[in-house]
Design a protein around this ligand. Structure first.
Ligand code: HEC
Length: 141
């Protein structure tokens, strides 16, 4: 290969590298790193969740207290969902306090739990590794 051709190949690759790096390091930097998923109502719910310390008894993404159940997917679990969640928050139980919340607060907490449900799975799904290296999901129930 002539020196001229080698130089051409080198500089072409170098140019491609520069373009690639420029695209990668500038694309999507204006993203709000997921904060946009959280609606105003869900944000209020998150603050209420912190204010009433729900996490002292409940887990989200598997982390928190263990007196009550994990709430990560309570909104999408079959047999549970919005009305189920609201009735717990509104009335409490023998073991869960009734926080005397108004409708707006209950709706906000429900919205927050809806957001949480979309962002994670808990408990972690069991995966099984197949003979060809692919994985299949095993149901937890
Ligand atoms: C003192 C502990 C405690 C606190 C604080 C608490 N909970 Fe609970 N919660 C429980 C227990 C325990 C249960 C399970 C029902 C039972 O055994 O009475 C429960 C059940 C629930 C359920 C139904 C879950 C399911 O999968 O069946 C929801 C929803 C819930 N709580 C939401 C909340 C929210 C929202 C807060 C904060 C505003 C909160 N809880 C604060 C103890 C608590």
């Amino acid at each position: 290969m002539s020196t001229r051709l080698k130089r051409l190949v080198f500089w072409s690759l170098f140019l491609l590298f520069v373009i690639d790096a420029a695209v990668i390091y500038t694309l999507g930097t204006e993203n709000d790193s997921g904060k946009g998923f959280l609606s105003e109502e869900a944000k209020e719910g998150k603050l209420l969740f912190q204010k009433y310390n729900c996490i002292s008894c409940h887990q989200i993404y598997g982390l928190g207290g263990y007196m009550g159940p994990d709430l990560t997917n309570v909104m999408s679990t079959s047999g549970k969902g919005e009305l189920y969640v609201k009735s717990f928050i509104q009335n409490g139980t023998q073991r869960m306090p009734d926080f005397q919340l108004n409708e707006k607060e209950i709706n906000a907490l429900t919205e927050y739990l809806r957001y949480v449900d979309k962002t994670g799975i808990s408990p972690v799904i069991n995966f099984e590794i197949e003979y060809d290296g692919t994985i299949t999901q095993k149901s937890n129930q």
